[in-house]
Design a protein around this ligand. Sequence first.
Ligand code: NDP
Length: 247
Amino acid sequence: MELKDKVALVTGGARGIGKAIALCFAASGADIVVADVNIEAAESTAKEIEAGGRKALAVSMDVTDFAKVEEALNKILDNFAKVDILVNNAGITKDNLLLRMSQQEWDAVLDVNLKGTFNCIKAVSRPMIKQRSGRIINIASIIGIIGNPGQANYSASKAGIIALTKTAAKELSSRNINVNAVAPGFISTEMTAKLPEELKEKMKQAIPLSRFGSPEDIANVCLFLASDDASYITGQTIVVDGGMVMA
Ligand code: NDP
C-alpha cells in the first residue's frame, strides 16, 4: 500500500500507537507531521522518520486548545502546503469508579479524547474541503463499544468518537473526504504498561488470539484506511482486538 507524497498529520505521534502510525506511513512514502504536547519526544520521532528518507515536522500541539490547533495547522500548511491525512490518536486515561470520579477526571479525558478529535477535524476539514480530498482516521477503543468499570470518562469519550466519525463522514463525503475510526483492543504501550499484572493476565485470557496487540497491528489498519484501497469505506469503525469483541 502506497502513500507516496501524501502529507499525514498524526496527533499524539511522539510515542506509542501514534509513533507506530507515523513510522508506518513514512515507510509507505508519506511526509509526516508529528503533533504532540511532548515536543522533545515528537522531535525525536521526527528525526527517526527523516533518517528513513521522508520529510518530517514536529509541532507542539495540545489538541484541547482550538487556537493552538489552528496555529499548528498554519505552520503545517506553510511547510507542506496541504494535509492529506489526519490521524486523531492523542488520548489519555484517568480511571476511577463512577462514584469516585471527580469533575476534573471526567473533563480532562473528554477534553483530550473527544473535544481534541473534534478540534482537529474542524481545523483540517477546511484545507481538505478546498483540495476536494482527504482521509481522517480517529482512534477510538473497544471500551467505547462495550464499556469498562472504572472508565466512565474514557468509554464515553470513545463512544463519542465513534458517533462523531459517522457524522463527520456524512458531512464531508460530498468533498471526497473519508472518515473512519479504528477501535483497538488491548495494545502494549506505556498507556497499558501501568495496569496491574493480574488484570493483564485476566485480559489475555479473554482474547481469542491469546496475545496483546502491538502498535504496529493498529498502524497497519490505519495504513489501509489511508490508502487508495479503502476509497469506498467511510463512517466505519474497524475493531482490531484479537477477537475480544465480536458483534
Ligand atoms: P500513549 O499514552 O502511549 O501515547 C499518547 C500520546 O498522546 C503521548 O505522546 C501523549 O503525550 C500524547 N498526548 C496526550 N495528551 C495530548 C494532548 N492534549 N495533545 C496532544 N497530544 C497529547 O497512548 P497509546 O499509544 O497507548 O494510545 C494512543 C491512542 O490509542 C489513544 O487515543 C488511546 O486511547 C487509544 N487506545 C489505546 C489502547 C491501548 O491498549 N494502548 C487501546 C485502545 C485505544 P505525553 O507523552 O505528554 O503524555
